[in-house]
Write a protein that binds this ligand. Structure first.
Ligand code: SAM
Length: 283
């Protein structure tokens, strides 16, 4: 085994790296927005990177995709209209469409190449793309939300890359104002909110921007994600209309679809923030 058999993402803020043992590079595309690579690994299935950052592996993506979708959809009383910004690998879309009450789910990723690579190397994530309730768009999510009809959506899920490059504008007040306007009263915005171990300042600032945009309650749920820096990740929900985050626990227990990570118990457990995270986020 030589050093070149290992694929690493070095993460400067924590001086650490995430690595997988790989056998070969399956594909590489330079899109107008970013460089997308897919590698074959010995133990994690296929691995997708965007601009050198790990995005998805076959083995552990269920953790992230289930937590991006199900807590928000089981918190909203009756989610019918959902928009996913980013999410081009289609895994979050697949989880959203497991909810029979969802009438329409729009996925708007800026980069068509991410979806084309997912179709080829992660076909299981794309198995719901032909669902008649799904609409897949390739457009800038910032413009999409700016132009969205006011009070037309129940849940907006921001499944984005890190806040650099095309995703930078998905973390600020102006974007959150667009989301707030597009949500109905009681609507929920959920955003991937990076690592609680490495990026608490970013999480705090994101909540502050959401508050300035008019959202009045917040909940951050941590979950494991081995392929992302530190191996520990989070999503943050923001709510319009002050209803808090009690969820439809009985419905989550009785759900008619299978999940590998999400359950009513996991949802309850994820609400218990470790003290250092709770303190940093203001209790
Ligand atoms: N969850 C992963 C993570 O945290 O590393 C990232 C998932 S990946 C599906 C994120 C997607 O966001 C990419 O496909 C990228 O093209 C998309 N994206 C970045 N900026 C965007 C923008 N302004 N509008 C829409 N999609 C965007």
């Amino acid at each position: 085994m030589t050093a070149s058999d290992w694929l690493h993402e070095q993460f400067e803020p924590t001086g650490s790296s995430i690595g997988f043992r790989v056998t070969r590079k399956l594909d590489e595309v330079q899109s107008p927005f970013q460089k997308i690579e897919v590698w074959e690994s010995t133990d994690w299935g296929n691995v997708m990177l965007i601009d050198g950052a790990m995005m998805v592996t076959t083995r552990d993506n269920f953790l992230y995709h289930e937590m991006m979708a199900h807590p928000a959809l089981f918190t909203h009383p009756d989610p019918k209209r959902v928009v996913i910004i980013g999410g081009g690998d289609c895994g979050t879309l697949r989880e959203v469409l497991r909810h029979p009450g969802v009438e329409k789910a729009v996925q708007c990723d800026i980069d068509e190449q991410v979806t084309r690579m997912a179709e080829k190397y992660f076909p299981e994530l794309c198995e719901s793309n032909a669902d008649p309730r799904a609409q897949i768009l390739f457009d800038d999510g910032i413009a999409h939300m700016r132009n969205a009809e006011p009070a037309s959506l129940d849940v907006v899920i921001v499944d984005s890359t890190d806040p650099v490059g095309p995703a930078e504008g998905l973390f600020n007040q102006a974007f959150f104002e667009s989301c707030h306007r597009a949500l109905r009263d009681d609507g929920i915005l959920v955003q991937q909110s990076e690592s609680p171990l490495a990026l608490l300042d970013l999480m705090r600032e994101m909540r502050a921007e959401m508050a300035r945009a008019g959202f009045d309650s917040f909940q951050t749920l941590p979950f494991p994600q081995p392929c992302y820096p530190t191996g520990w990740w989070s999503c943050t929900m923001a709510r319009k209309g002050g209803r808090g985050f009690g969820f439809r626990e009985a419905d989550a227990r009785a759900k008619a679809f299978a999940t590998k990570y999400y359950s009513a118990e996991v949802h309850l457990g994820a609400q218990a923030l470790p003290p250092f995270v709770a303190q940093a986020l203001g209790g």
